[in-house]
Design a protein around this ligand. Sequence first.
Ligand SMILES: NC(=O)c1ccc[n+]([C@@H]2O[C@H](COP(=O)([O-])OP(=O)(O)OC[C@H]3O[C@@H](n4cnc5c(N)ncnc54)[C@H](OP(=O)(O)O)[C@@H]3O)[C@@H](O)[C@H]2O)c1
Length: 312
Amino acid sequence: MKAISYSAYGSADVMEYGERPDPKVGPDSVLVKVRAAAVNPVDWKAREGYLQGALDAVFPVIPGWDVSGVVVQPGVAVDEFAVGDEVIGYVREDFLSRGTFAEYVAAPVRTLARKPLSLSFEESAGLPLAGLTAYQVLHRTLKVREGDTVLVHAAAGGVGSLAVQIARHTGCRVVGTASPRNHEHLRSLGAEPVEYGEGLVERLRDLVPEGFDASFDTVGGDALRASAETLAPGGRLASIADDEVFSYGGRYAFVRPDAADLAQVAELAERGIVTVHVDRVFPLEEAAEAYRLNQEGRTRGKIVVTVDWEAP
Ligand SMILES: NC(=O)c1ccc[n+]([C@@H]2O[C@H](COP(=O)([O-])OP(=O)(O)OC[C@H]3O[C@@H](n4cnc5c(N)ncnc54)[C@H](OP(=O)(O)O)[C@@H]3O)[C@@H](O)[C@H]2O)c1
């Protein structure tokens, strides 16, 4: 099959497009013909070696954890999915090897859900990792409730934009940070926009003098400090980007593949409660360019690669 892979840690320059062996389909997995795969910052962080302390790399590594596609072969123990089913997945294993930037991926069923019918394959590919992160942090870590006022950093990004929509659906007031070019977009998602940078804490205090009931840090550093300084008494703080969060009494979260949670996220999309904004689409061959662009840190929604499609 055609795939993107790299054989050593490094910049986007180590990524190559070429032939790789088709993946074998284990008993608990299904072979998915990939239609689209989304870029996540964790992919380039892993490629640059920042996750070496947590994940072994079996080179050559095919990057990518997000996928949308069609089941072409179920494993022998699988009865959840059949040939032709359209699926989405956050196909993370606890090592780096067989990712989604390829024509096929063997995906354990615990990583999959049915694709929302109302979303395109490109939109659906952007849903699993970012949607699961937003859903698990808001509901499990921060335990947001109707009536809470919630701060979401990088609210125009992949995780932030989904977090805004899920928190709004829960009945929260949501304030989101972004640069001014994204403020109208944030309003369309249901958030009150605030510009980040110098003076952020004062702007947040002007808008929410009583402080936030829950704060979702997706940036770290100054954003995390601003979150800690603007929490209401008893407010909850979570970060997915900076483990300094512990020193503020908050919690660090790392998204888990979870079929039931992913089905919930897919249902929110199916019902039109959350949408995925696709910023740019690249062909698989140009995945390195897609990663370079995401690494600039200005993505609105998701960057997606598509894979040439032929009916199986
Ligand atoms: N621990 C986990 O489980 C987990 C899961 C998912 C993601 N993450 C991490 O969370 C972070 C966000 O992920 P993502 O996929 O949402 O990233 P992303 O989509 O690439 O984020 C891009 C967005 O960040 C905004 N941004 C950049 N600097 C900012 C700042 N200082 N303050 C506020 N917004 C800023 C940009 O908005 P403007 O263009 O308006 O500046 C842009 O819309 C990454 O570090 C990722 O690795 C962790």
